[in-house]
Design a protein around this ligand. Structure first.
Ligand SMILES: [Fe+2]
Length: 268
């Protein structure tokens, strides 16, 4: 029987790697990632399900799946040189990806699938900070957080439940990583606005282990916190997989020069 041995939730703002920030904030965020890195190493996963989102690297408006599961043997990234993260190929775990697909289809959710996916900052940046060795095979699960209509939060939660079923039946130890958010609006006129009230309430619900309340946050509340906040979908999917666990927030810093409310948390 499979087991979810670790679950890490974090922001993936490119600024974390590429842009300067006040030293105290930068240090706090990197300390949070280092703590999560230790949690992941101690859990000794055989595979990582990396839940992140599409930023026009693999899909564009001519063909934009709500969900896409990677079933390839390896994934190159990051595509962005400016991150300063060495480009590499991360091994894939296609058997787990296919098991996730079959279980999802049986459960009434039909994600797209792809043997070839490129990784961008949404996956590569957290992996670089959480597992720089890149030696654990991954299954990328991309979610549309960019071009409406977006998959609804309860649908992401449901997909998370199905991912969990697939892991339970898979013979190995699996870690879940969900990346995105918290509040931000990169490139928008209000870019730089960080809705700390939203972020703090969101993290309070996470600490209470109230994934269902998070999945019930109205869309218009996310809109008010900035369109980048749509990326909490990755947190919701991971929460759907682990409804029994409470969040432990390792860091939250609203970093102005990174344009993002940055958080790292683990579920335990
Ligand atoms: Fe993003």
């Amino acid at each position: 029987m499979g087991e979810v041995v670790a679950a890490i939730l974090c922001s993936h703002a490119p600024g974390i790697a590429a842009f300067p920030a006040p030293e105290a904030q930068r240090e706090a965020v990197y300390r949070g990632f280092a703590e999560a890195r230790a949690v992941l190493a101690a859990a000794r996963p055989d595979a990582i399900v990396a839940v992140s989102c599409e930023h026009f690297v693999n899909f564009f408006v001519d063909n934009f799946p709500a969900f896409c599961i990677g079933v390839g043997t390896g994934y190159r990234g990051p595509v962005e040189d400016y991150l300063g993260i060495p480009q590499t190929e991360v091994p894939g775990e296609p058997a787990l990806g296919r098991a996730m697909l079959e279980t999802a289809f049986d459960g009434g959710v039909e994600p797209a699938f792809a043997e070839h996916l490129l990784l961008d900052h949404a996956t590569s940046l957290p992996l670089h900070l959480l597992r720089p060795e890149n030696d654990i095979p991954i299954v990328p699960l991309l979610q549309n957080c960019l071009v409406p209509p977006l998959p609804r939060l309860p649908r992401c939660y449901r997909l998370g439940q199905l991912v969990r079923q697939a892991i339970d039946a898979w013979p190995g130890r699996v870690a879940l990583i969900g990346t995105g958010g918290l509040s931000h609006s990169p490139g928008a006129p209000e870019g730089g606005y960080i809705d700390t009230a939203f972020d703090q309430e969101f993290l309070r619900l996470l600490e209470r282990g109230d994934g269902e309340a998070i999945a019930a946050i109205p869309d218009e509340r996310l809109d008010r916190a900035g369109f980048g906040t749509w990326e909490i979908r990755q947190w919701v999917t991971v929460l759907g997989a682990l409804p029994e666990r409470k969040g432990r927030v390792l860091v939250y810093e609203p970093v102005q020069s990174w344009l993002t409310g940055c958080a790292v948390a683990v579920l335990e």
